[in-house]
Write a protein that binds this ligand. Structure first.
Ligand code: SAM
Length: 205
């Protein structure tokens, strides 16, 4: 079982067991393929799982279908799906990931953890489902490129939650040259130099 003050305080024992199972499965598979950086394996709980779980506070009952774009190992989508019932949320979770190898891992994790996540193996621009209430993404693309891809994808959404690292200011300033962005930014609880952006509206200038 993983040890984590954050999760021990915020989720049920059953959920903690599931996060632990996910951790074991991820580390086992990380030997065969690159899902998370090897250097972060020992600190995966805070660096990856708590980092992803913190997004749950920006979701509410109006978030019905979430799409995690460039999900990789399932971050943040799988973590949010595992913890949602501790927050009385009932959204359905979709992941889109273009790498077939990673999608094989995601499908196996979905069954192993007994989740009901929908996994799309394609470039997000080609995704057939176009309606989501909420888009989430972590370590995918710089903000300007991300917004261009979303517009090209013709996806409908009400909200975007983006996790951004140390270059967040540079990224938002660049994106604002091309897009009118209505967003709030919040401190990350895992890294003081990172931010969580909640975007409620975006249009091309
Ligand atoms: C750096 S990883 C981040 C993975 C994960 N979100 C995380 O936080 O660890 C970016 C992922 O996006 C996927 N990806 C890149 N371009 C994509 C696209 N156009 N459509 C779907 N997935 C894409 C890559 O295959 C890769 O798994």
């Amino acid at each position: 079982m993983i040890r984590s003050n954050y999760f021990e305080k915020s989720v049920s024992r059953e959920t903690l067991v599931k996060i632990s199972k996910y951790h074991g499965f991820l580390i086992e598979n990380n030997r065969k393929m690159s899902l998370i950086s090897k250097n972060s394996e020992n600190i995966a709980i805070d660096r990856h799982y708590v980092d992803c779980a913190q997004l749950i506070k920006y979701l509410d009952k109006s978030d019905k279908t979430i799409l995690d774009i460039g999900s990789g190992a399932g971050l943040p989508g799988i973590i949010l799906d595992i913890i949602k019932k501790d927050y009385n949320l009932e959204f359905s979770t979709h992941l889109v990931e273009k790498s077939p190898k990673k999608v094989k891992f995601l499908n196996e994790a979905n069954s192993f953890l007994d989740l009901d996540i929908k996994i799309h193996n394609c470039d997000v621009r080609m995704i057939s489902k176009k309606n989501f209430t909420t888009l989430v993404s972590r370590a995918f693309k710089p903000m300007k490129e991300f917004l261009e891809i979303i517009i090209e994808s013709n996806i409908d959404f009400k909200k975007i939650i983006l996790m951004k690292g140390e270059k967040f200011l540079e990224e938002i300033n660049e994106a604002k040259k091309y897009f009118e962005i209505n967003c709030e930014s919040h401190k990350s609880i895992t890294n003081p130099s990172s931010k969580v952006f909640v975007i409620k509206g975006v249009s091309k200038i």
